[in-house]
Design a protein around this ligand. Structure first.
Ligand SMILES: N[C@H](CCC[C@H](N)C(=O)O)C(=O)O
Length: 282
């Protein structure tokens, strides 16, 4: 009997990973440098299952880069791709800083080249300039991004992924699962959307809660925090530099001429290895 490899099966027999989080926004990080991409939608979904896999808000796959320190791809736990993920970018930047000893890391993501820097015990990343053209967010219709024609008068902001930011008087007064899921799937957003609710506490402080496209409620969302400071500043509600309290802690945000900078903590939780029997079932 021949022991031919089964072409329908993943050729991966063991898969090492790291679990990290930034403000409780949690990630599985897989290093695929020097080899072909290993993550498929089915594998992302299986790993992302909190009962049968490990669970994560996003999976980040590190790839060899020709133009930066690394390339980075993001997956949601429903198996869909995300064009941007600020907190995972900060987490992976921390790994690369520890690995190389450098204080500045260049990371190429789907939205372009991002620069991350050591900021004391924290990590800052420039998430790039906000996208405010309706077809680039993207939206399904040519409407005013600063006042979307939806109940609650949200602002649309693209950060390499779509966001709808709602300003509310009282953050405790929102039904996040119901409103989040409804807005995520509103036909105005052809690629669905991440949804942020923001209570402006002062010109320099915002309380924000998030419903993420493809992941649901999370304790923090870096690109969502960036979108929120842009929206608040466009509406004249805050300055361009704010402290933001999310469910998982605090981020510092600053919309500068070269992009939206976000600073916050990163935590390495553990290193693990997916077993061959788990991978074979995917
Ligand atoms: N947690 C991420 C955002 C994930 C966005 C993802 N849910 C999408 O489909 O765009 C962050 O820190 O920016």
């Amino acid at each position: 009997m021949h022991n031919e490899p089964n072409p329908t099966r993943s050729p991966i027999s063991k898969l090492s990973f790291l679990k990290m989080h930034g403000l409780g926004n949690d990630f599985v990080i897989i290093d695929s440098r020097g080899r072909d991409a290993q993550i498929t939608p089915a594998l992302a979904k299986a790993i992302g299952d909190r009962n049968r896999g490990v669970g994560f808000d996003q999976l980040a796959e590190i790839r060899t880069s020709e133009s930066a320190d690394i390339d980075l791809d993001f997956w949601n736990n429903d198996g869909s791709r995300a064009g941007a993920c600020g907190n995972a970018t900060r987490c992976v930047a921390r790994l690369m800083m520890d690995e190389t000893g450098k204080d500045t890391i260049l990371i190429r993501t789907e939205r372009g080249l991002l620069q991350a820097e050591r900021a004391g015990t924290e990590v800052s990343v420039n998430m790039g300039l906000p996208i405010l053209e309706w077809d680039q967010v993207p939206l399904a219709a040519n409407v005013d991004v600063e006042h979307l024609p939806l109940a609650g008068d949200p602002v649309a902001v693209g950060m390499g992924n779509p966001h709808a930011v709602f300003f509310v008087n009282d953050i405790t007064d929102i039904d996040l699962p119901t409103q989040g899921a409804t807005i995520e799937h509103d036909p105005l957003f052809p690629e669905r959307t991440n949804v942020e609710f923001a209570e402006v506490r002062s010109r320099s402080e915002i309380r924000m809660r998030v419903w993420e496209r493809g992941a649901g409620i999370t304790l923090a969302c870096g690109s969502g925090a960036c979108a929120t400071v842009v929206a608040a500043s466009l509406r004249g509600l805050t300055d361009k530099s704010v402290r933001m309290e999310v469910d998982g802690g605090w981020l510092a945000l600053e919309w500068r001429d070269d992009g939206v900078w976000m600073t916050g903590p990163t935590t390495l939780v553990f290193a693990g290895e997916f077993d061959a029997t788990f991978l074979e079932q995917v």
